[in-house]
Design a protein around this ligand. Structure first.
Ligand SMILES: Cc1cc2nc3c(=O)[nH]c(=O)nc-3n(C[C@H](O)[C@H](O)[C@H](O)COP(=O)(O)OP(=O)(O)OC[C@H]3O[C@@H](n4cnc5c(N)ncnc54)[C@H](O)[C@@H]3O)c2cc1C
Length: 509
């Protein structure tokens, strides 16, 4: 029987992974990607002699034999690649210089935090115990097999594996870093703990798991930055015989009446150049809203989908200011969130925190003696969207980068403005333009205590009334992240194999 064909919309990590697993399972796959590069949000960009990473701060699966690692091995992403394992996630520093260091070693973190505030000993002990308990927690448990294919036996096995973690999950999944911080007596920790995992609405469960995985050596950073990581998966896909078409934006997913007489089925895509490409299956690993409401014209939605996309779910839009500086910042911490007493107004908002990363830990990103530095801030998409396409937009971007340089110059690295050779600004509109993601969201739905239960239960990967169309990627996996979307692409192929009565197979190069 001739092999069946699959069209994949989007060459981000989910789309590339779907392509690789499709090829491993004997399907003829093609990826249509609107950009000229693989990786989607998992990217980096060169400006002069500098490389600015736009994505990976930590990558789950970098530790051999640990959760997610096997997927990266199958995708050819870890072979021969070096990962940097930081011993601290980040620091949070207030204007008086008080510093909270988010060590991933719970013993070290515990004694450091107790020194900062002996009066908060009980809370600190509980938190560090949470890290210890979660060290053996396998986050892939809910993703190892697509939910619709799970048997009673699978659920039973999963339940038994989850059982030892029920107590820490119950304790930490429904509380955010912000909520937890509010319990501290010490005024500095009350502010700083909210930021110790980057964003204050992060469920504590996720933050603690992150430190636990870092401690296990399973949340490193790939040397060479995020785009190189994505390129390795693109290479694997091409070696498996897949085809990827760049600068090929899908305008419509084509549907026809299903021969069963029940509903419709996806039969291919039409690109913006009007070319038509047909296939037995279509997987959209592109923006969820764009897929459902533009590429499919909103024809296959029910109340659940309307509600999901009505704007009430949290997204994450950000501004990234990248600086190439003619100064060696080796030895400076790699990630610091600075807390401010007086706000700085950036993009229309008063800000009391600024996150700054120094990439000297990876010498391939700047010439010797120079450093790539990045500042990141959450922002409102609407603010940028209202001025997009006007001179005001460029002026505002320059203003933001000037403010950041000024802040660094006055408070952190005196004289750094004079050493700055390259400045680059990315707003939510940049992310939207390059990846099509709704509001430029960096992770699809932001992981918060509200979205955490949806993440655990999983979101639907098919649309009502439409066969042979599967959704993969960050819009069906709340919180996104590079490893989770790779699993999502893998699972889409697993479901298709099941539909065709084929065993799902994987290979490792
Ligand atoms: C600043 C930042 C920091 C992050 N930090 C981390 C981190 O530390 N660790 C981590 O694991 N994750 C991190 N993430 C999240 C992670 O990058 C994403 O969740 C993940 O890469 C999403 O992958 P995806 O394939 O689902 O979607 P995307 O990467 O958005 O890929 C979708 C692809 O579809 C293409 N596309 C869209 N529409 C069309 C169309 N009509 N036709 C053709 N192609 C189309 C896009 O161009 C894109 O390439 C970060 C993200 C950002 C932005």
């Amino acid at each position: 029987m001739p092999s069946k064909s699959i069209i994949i919309v989007g060459g981000g990590i989910a789309g590339l992974a779907a392509g690789c697993y499709g090829q491993m399972n004997g399907y003829r796959t093609q990826i249509f990607e609107m950009h000229y590069l693989p990786g989607g949000l998992c990217t980096a960009w060169e400006r002069g002699p500098y490389v600015f990473d736009g994505c990976i701060h930590y990558l789950f699966g970098t530790g051999p034999g640990q959760p997610f690692h096997q997927v990266w091995a199958e995708l050819g992403a870890v072979q021969g690649r070096r990962f940097i394992q930081h011993d601290e996630l980040m620091r949070v520093v207030d204007p008086d210089g008080r510093t909270l260091i988010a060590y991933c070693d719970p013993d070290r973190l515990e004694s450091h935090m107790k020194q900062l505030s002996p009066a908060d000993g009980k809370l600190i002990e509980a938190m560090c115990q949470g890290i210890r308990q979660l060290r053996r927690f396998d986050m892939t448990l809910t993703q190892q097999k697509p939910k619709p294919l799970m048997t009673a036996q699978d659920w039973g096995a999963m339940g038994r594996q989850v059982l030892p973690f029920i107590a820490p999950m119950a304790r930490w999944a429904r509380i955010s870093a912000r909520d937890f911080a509010a319990r501290f007596k010490d005024p500095f920790l009350r502010r700083a703990v909210a930021y110790m995992f980057s964003w204050p609405d992060i469920p504590m469960m996720v933050g603690l798991s992150l430190l636990a995985y870092m401690q296990n050596g399973n949340a490193g950073v790939p040397v060479g930055a995020s785009l190189e990581f994505a390129r390795a998966i693109e290479r694997r896909y091409l070696e498996l015989g897949g085809q990827i078409h760049y600068r090929s934006q899908v305008e419509k997913i084509l549907v026809e009446d299903d021969p069963s007489g029940r509903g419709k089925r996806a039969v291919g895509v039409r690109l913006y150049d009007d070319s038509i490409h047909r296939a037995d299956y279509v997987i959209s690993a592109a923006d969820g809203r764009g897929t459902i409401f533009d590429m499919l014209g909103g024809e296959f939605v029910d109340r659940y989908l309307k509600r999901t996309y009505d704007g009430h779910m949290p997204l994450h839009s950000q501004v990234q200011i990248s600086l190439g500086v003619n100064r060696d910042l080796t030895g400076e911490p790699h990630w610091v969130t600075y807390l401010l007493n007086e706000p700085i107004t950036i993009a229309g908002e008063d800000r009391y925190d600024i996150g700054v990363k120094n990439y000297c830990f990876d010498p391939s990103l700047a010439p010797p003696g120079k450093s790539a530095v990045i500042a990141m801030m959450t922002t409102h998409y609407g603010y940028w969207q209202r001025i997009y396409g006007r001179k005001l937009y460029d002026t505002e971007q320059t203003q933001v980068s000037d403010i950041i340089q000024d802040f660094l110059d006055k408070n952190i690295y005196p004289g750094i403005s004079a050493d700055t050779e390259v400045v680059d600004e990315a707003t939510p509109l940049s992310y939207e333009r390059y990846t099509g993601n709704w509001q430029g969201s960096s992770c699809g739905w932001l992981l918060t205590k509200q979205t955490m239960p949806t993440m655990i239960q999983g979101m639907r990967k098919t649309l009502p009334g439409l066969r042979n169309l599967y959704l993969a990627g960050q819009w069906v996996e709340p919180g996104g992240s590079v490893p989770v979307v790779a699993m999502s692409g893998r699972n889409a192929i697993h479901v298709i194999c099941h539909q065709d009565g084929l065993p799902f197979v994987t290979t490792t190069p």
